[in-house]
Design a protein. Structure first.
Length: 129
């Protein structure tokens, strides 16, 4: 019963985001545009996930669209080569990505500005698919 519920529920999920804050310094985690400071975004994909190809393609699409509108705010796609258990749950569904928004020194305002940009990009992707 439990497995059926999970399978049925997942068919409505189109993409998954695991959102974190990185431990990098402010100088590496902050982007300035039009006099406003934004938290930079890193997109992390696990090579050990069975959905690696789909997830890395999705992360690269996100990165390209972010850079098209806000050059410099994305830190790019980072592929992690780790142990098999280090999939960041990206093996559960395709189009999954771990996002680091900002670092330990970024303010919530800076992170919210970055999240607003991400929301706009994600909305565009949903509307075009």
């Amino acid at each position: 019963m439990q497995k059926t519920w999970k399978t049925e529920s997942l068919r409505f999920v189109k993409m998954v985001f695991d959102i974190h804050r990185d431990s990098i310094a402010r100088k590496d985690s902050t982007f300035i545009a039009n006099g406003k400071e934004y938290a930079k975004v890193a997109l992390i994909v696990s090579r050990t996930s069975k959905n690696y190809d789909e997830n890395v393609d999705f992360a690269e699409l996100l990165h390209a669209k972010i850079e098209q509108k806000y050059p410099g705010i994305s830190r790019g796609v980072i592929v992690k080569n780790g142990k098999a258990q280090s999939t960041y749950n990206q093996d559960l569904i395709g189009e999954s990505v771990l996002m680091n928004i900002g670092g330990i020194d970024n303010t919530l305002e800076e992170e919210f500005r970055a999240a607003d940009i991400l929301a706009t990009i994600i909305k565009e992707i949903i509307e075009t698919n």
